[in-house]
Design a protein around this ligand. Sequence first.
Ligand code: ADP
Ligand code: MG
Length: 243
Amino acid sequence: MIKVSKLSKKFGDLAVLKDINLQLNKGDIVVIIGPSGTGKSTLLRCLNYLEAPTTGVIEIGDVVIDAVSHTQKQVTALRKQSSFVFQNYSLFANKTALENVAESLITVWKVPKQEALSTAKAILTKVGLGDKLDVYPSQLSGGQQQRVGIARSMAAKGEVILFDEPTSALDPEWVDEVLAVMKQLAIEKQTMIVVTHEMQFAKEVADHVIFMEGGYIIEQGPPKQIFENPEHERTQAFVKRAL
Ligand code: ADP
Ligand code: MG
């Protein structure tokens, strides 16, 4: 359902992603680990063309897009296939929790406003924020804001949710409630790609773990392989430090 072939990304002369190939099926939970500055965020951003890759083909659902010959129409179609959960939540400060979640339904999917609000309410209730519908982000804790961020990405109706270190900016006391929402999504077979330093989450929840370093996928496989029996010495060194 998602296939990335020979993806590369340069910023000027700096090659940040090199020959990235990956494939996942509907319902897969993929976790990407690796040192910082390795290209993990750039890879996620390329997957929905927040950054245009330099070369490579991305297929998500029925959209196929080649970096060297893409059209704006393809980019628009690709963006509908995924949604982002950012480290810093990136909520609209001047919109309530309910409005934040309903936004993409109204603007992207052209769902009538009342219907969008009712869907958004159901999703917020699901992530445990049914009593915070009319509250603005500044009045919510970090954990609550990130749960709004996840609710917003659930509402976006894409094939895949891309999480970029969703718990890294949180005070430790809020991490578990956010991971719990993500685990619930995993149980429901929501396809997701998660960049995280939460190794326990990766071990428990991932179907597939990707270790990146220096812009390359060094090794990928089931969590058992990556964490207990990594083949590559770079993976061994990282896992040993991280666990
Ligand atoms: P990670 O998420 O693994 O920490 P990033 O994808 O954020 O890594 O960054 C990978 C490399 O790309 C870093 O060297 C970073 O400085 C560089 N980089 C990221 N975004 C840009 C940009 N917009 N312009 C120039 N360099 C960038
Ligand atoms: Mg990053």
